[in-house]
Design a protein around this ligand. Structure first.
Ligand code: ATP
Length: 272
């Protein structure tokens, strides 16, 4: 990649709240919340379905205004950081432009971030996500797992300092998901981005993160802040270790309130 990336930022959220609608349609999505994400760390947000995880992530991304409170990314607003491509967000639905090739979809991210074209960086990233040879294919000619890789490549091509991932591997089968969980984090861990990830999978949260924030049912509030002191890079065999299993049980215990008994760690968090 051409230029040396800047240091990953600290993210500070103060007194965030989010209320949608008014009167009978009023939905309180985020309770007053203070959050701090350390530079270069990966934090997973887990919580019951509909609790406000995506809303929180969208506020950090500047896509949604908080009702109250503020987000500062190394002292700047999300919009300022986003405008120069230093913040990227990936959604469960990769939303690639269907009429453009894979290469053109990835290259477009740099143009939108007003960064100079860098065809070599685009092709390098496509190769690193395992899609070499598919550069000229349109999204419809790629599998679901390939589209998710493409979306990650599109996110990373601007060298974001803050990476926000909303269920980025949610739409692929379990086997592909496990492979992507092991392969793709290396791409953003090496250059060092501050990363916040929303996931429904407890084992994915443990595998990917340095810290897991467990959120309550709506409105989202942090009910547990759990460090994940497993060495990096994470490897497939770690998921069988006692330390890994103990972390899964701890997260499940907070989520399900019974020590995690009766729930497999890969349970989708469907409780409302
Ligand atoms: N634009 C909106 N207008 C009104 N209500 C909204 C809007 N966006 C989200 N909500 C509501 O806010 C609440 C939190 O939604 P959010 O998508 O943040 O939850 P989530 O935890 O990410 O859910 P899931 O785990 O199912 O993806 C939900 O009740 C949702 O219906």
């Amino acid at each position: 990649m051409a230029s040396e990336p800047a240091r990953p930022p600290e993210v500070v959220c103060r007194g965030l709240t989010k209320v949608f609608g008014t009167g009978p349609r009023r939905v309180e999505a985020v309770a007053p919340t203070d959050l701090r994400f350390a530079p270069g760390s990966t934090t997973a947000l887990v919580g019951p379905s509909g609790c406000g995880k995506s809303t929180l992530l969208r506020i950090v991304a500047g896509l949604e205004a908080p009702t109250e409170g503020s987000v500062l990314i190394a002292g700047e607003t999300p919009r300022t950081v986003s405008r120069r491509g230093a913040l990227s967000i990936a959604f469960q639905d990769p939303s690639l432009l269907p009429w453009r090739s894979l290469r053109s979809n990835v290259a477009l991210a740099r143009r939108l971030a007003r960064q100079p074209a860098d065809p070599a960086a685009v092709d390098d990233l496509i190769r690193r996500v395992g899609l070499a040879g598919f550069e000229d294919r349109r999204p419809a000619a790629l599998s679901g797992g390939m589209r998710q890789r493409a979306a990650i490549a599109r996110c990373l091509v601007t060298l974001p300092r803050l990476l926000l991932l909303d269920e980025p591997f949610g739409a692929v089968d379990e086997l592909t998901r496990r492979r992507l969980n092991l392969e793709l984090p290396r791409l953003w861990e090496k250059p060092g981005a501050t990363t916040v990830l929303v996931t429904h999978s407890i084992s994915e949260a443990v595998l990917l993160s340095d810290r897991i924030l467990v959120l309550s049912a709506r409105p989202a509030a942090v009910v547990a802040d759990i460090p994940v002191p497993l060495p990096r890079p994470r490897r497939a065999d770690m998921t069988d270790s006692d330390a890994f299993r103990a972390l899964e049980r701890r997260v499940a215990g907070v989520l399900f309130g019974n020590g995690g008994a009766g729930h497999s760690p890969s349970d989708r968090l469907a409780a409302e």
